[in-house]
Design a protein around this ligand. Sequence first.
Ligand SMILES: Cc1cc2nc3c(=O)[nH]c(=O)nc-3n(C[C@H](O)[C@H](O)[C@H](O)COP(=O)(O)OP(=O)(O)OC[C@H]3O[C@@H](n4cnc5c(N)ncnc54)[C@H](O)[C@@H]3O)c2cc1C
Length: 306
Amino acid sequence: MDEIFDTIIIGAGAAGLTAGIYTSRAKLSTLILNEGAIGGQMVLTEEIANYPGLPVTKGYVLADNMKSQAKSFGCKIKSNIKITKYNLDDEIKSVELEDGRKFKSRTIILTPGGTPRSLNIEGEDEFKGKGISYCATCDGDFFTGKEVVVVGGGNSALEEAVALTNFATKVTIVHLFDHFQAFKHAVEEAEKNPKIEFIMESELRGFYGNTQLEKVSVEHLPSGKRSELKTDGTFIFIGYQPNTTDLKNEVELNDRNEIVVDSDMKTNIKGVFAAGDCINKKYRQVTTAVADGTIAALSVAEYLRN
Ligand SMILES: Cc1cc2nc3c(=O)[nH]c(=O)nc-3n(C[C@H](O)[C@H](O)[C@H](O)COP(=O)(O)OP(=O)(O)OC[C@H]3O[C@@H](n4cnc5c(N)ncnc54)[C@H](O)[C@@H]3O)c2cc1C
């Protein structure tokens, strides 16, 4: 308990585990504290096909390899914990857990990741990874030659719908309103694409199928009329929530609740760094989380040297 770690990493996803690999390999005493399953979003991913140098791999396998690699360099990992108190401002920082344990450190790396927003409707949990996806870059290729639905009306939804036409034969965008909340050029590009159709003022009500998604129920909001739409897949792009609620009064967040960092992954608090899906950035992938985690770890090493 009296040990002062060189760094404590909050979150054991791709960003946190990578930071742990780098700091412990640099002989910095490192503790990773993780609330959920080790591996974060990677373990929610059936197959990862775009991690350079690896053949298509199960998400949990990649996560397990990262964990073993970090441990092999001496990184300590504690999971299923709940942090109740942060003290980030002092030179020696500390975090307190629900069970009363307290851990001290010279630096902190925040890597709590995030969660794509769900529709929270019938069948969504059942068909996640079995036709329902939240990432076109990750899963678009699985729908080559098939028909998909895209839910959403912002920039991500429209840009990803256009990207999906590289794979799918037909993309149907289902959107709540009679207009889009996206930039004009994104709307125009989607509208002129012959593979894209639009169902406006409508909302999905359920996902159905046997082992794989086969159809969705769509409600036309002005009339209340429901219809069924056959589909091989549905991509949901209705926003993203960084896991930063507990950090609101601890570090600077932007209006999307992302942790504000500079290019060295430094936050506004001396000795506190952040990396991965929780930071202010556009692209959220395993590769980008790994890159951010690397930069944060190297910045920690430089901070401690100075
Ligand atoms: C369904 C799905 C499929 C995807 N497919 C791909 C793909 O094929 N290829 C690809 O490159 N990317 C894919 N992604 C995106 C990729 O998984 C993420 O961008 C990346 O894993 C993010 O890593 P991270 O470490 O920043 O965050 P996360 O993976 O979210 O990890 C954060 C960790 O921190 C923990 N945590 C949160 N809050 C706290 C706290 N207060 N205290 C302690 N621990 C905390 C969480 O439990 C979690 O374990 C996919 C994402 C999803 C959801």
